[in-house]
Design a protein around this ligand. Structure first.
Ligand SMILES: Nc1ncnc2c1ncn2[C@@H]1O[C@H](COP(=O)(O)OP(=O)(O)O)[C@@H](O)[C@H]1O
Ligand code: SF4
Ligand SMILES: [Mg+2]
Length: 326
């Protein structure tokens, strides 16, 4: 039996702004099995948040899904009316820890009140049942029970992020999307949150999409990796294929790795990726990474590379891996 939880097929999402069309996501395809963790990485502005907002049909205005299918448990949810999506998928099937959510907790509500409101919006539930569920998930994320009577300003950043994670869990979804869940936290708390997510994922048998620009973190939590640049897929494969000994197949992934600091081992010089991120309104012809690529050759400047098959389940959009074309 096909045990795919999610299949994304050729997804494109554009923002229609006054000065033109921002092609934030172009032709993205990937699939996820149950209990899998997929890491999405890439520099800021490469379309990570837009992809996952697309998955729950919450792309911010003036954005629109212009093409593609999002097949969740065998059903194309990209074509589902808003009401059905809200009732049957969002939060109850796919939930989200939004980027920066811990700073958006309502300051004048206690944690209990805000969590009850979220439950009331998404599922009619008796107050007693809702309260016992809130307590269950507050305890699961390692917080003391009396936290629910506190206001957000009485909690530390790490505690607030735990509340946000508990809120994403309490409708018992299959898939939780975590959009940069550790970015605003200090390193010690970051490690605690990563360990918490790993523990919860195992305990509840969840599937997770983990978004970050931090390669070290994603290498620790994800089985499969999607590398994005300029709204496009650059590389997709298992953690071992993308970050393992043989090294990545795509020059952009290689550049990202070289720019990532590593502790211990030999001291090496950190490099940075020269040039500026691509203009998504007026994309360069050819490969979108060509103005910054150390291996650029003539063909790259005028022909956009398709995704080439590198190995089983491993793909890269680069002419260098087109062995037949060489
Ligand atoms: N509401 C919006 N209107 C116009 N452009 C947007 C909007 N939201 C995001 N974008 C643009 O879409 C691109 C991708 O953004 P985003 O998905 O937030 O990237 P990431 O999460 O990787 O930082 C960026 O160029 C960003 O400026
Ligand atoms: S297609 Fe060319 S420019 Fe693009 S990543 Fe590959 S080698 Fe670099
Ligand atoms: Mg983002």
């Amino acid at each position: 039996m096909d045990n795919h939880l999610l299949i994304v097929n050729n997804l494109s999402i554009h923002y229609f702004i006054r000065t033109g069309i921002v092609r934030a996501v172009e032709g993205i395809s990937f699939s996820m099995k149950t209990k899998e963790t997929l890491g999405i990485v890439g520099e800021s502005g490469c379309g990570k948040t837009t992809i996952v907002m697309g998955l729950i049909n919450m792309v911010s205005s003036p954005g629109k899904i212009v093409e593609g299918e999002i097949v969740y448990k065998g059903r194309n949810i990209a074509a589902l009316p808003e009401q059905k999506l809200r009732q049957e998928v969002r939060w109850t099937g796919i939930s989200m820890v939004f980027q920066g959510a811990m700073n958006c907790l309502t300051p004048v509500y206690t944690i209990k009140k805000q969590m009850l409101e979220t439950l009331a919006i998404h599922r009619r539930m008796k107050k007693d049942e809702a309260l016992s569920r809130i307590k269950k998930y507050i305890s699961l994320v390692g917080l003391p029970g009396d936290v629910i009577h506190k206001y957000p300003h009485e909690l530390s950043g790490g505690m607030k992020q735990r509340v946000v994670i508990a809120t994403a869990l309490f409708l018992e979804p299959d898939l939780v999307i975590c959009d940069e869940p550790t970015t605003a936290l200090d390193v010690v708390v970051q490690a605690q949150i990563i360990n918490l997510l790993k523990k919860i994922k195992k305990q509840l048998g969840l599937s997770v999409i983990f978004i970050t620009h931090d390669l070290a973190t994603v290498a620790e939590v994800a089985e499969n990796i999607l590398v994005m640049y300029g709204g496009r897929m650059m590389e997709y494969g298992t953690n071992e294929q993308v970050f393992g000994k043989t090294g990545p197949a795509h020059p952009y992934t290689e550049c990202l790795l070289k720019a990532t600091p590593r502790l211990g081992g030999e001291i090496r010089e950190l490099s940075f990726i020269p040039g500026i991120p691509p203009d998504l309104i007026h994309p360069e012809p050819g490969c979108c990474f060509h103005p910054r690529c150390p291996y650029v050759f003539d063909k790259c400047r005028h022909s956009p590379p398709p995704l080439f098959h590198v190995g089983p389940g491993h793909y890269a959009a680069c002419w260098r891996v087109d062995h037949e074309g060489k």
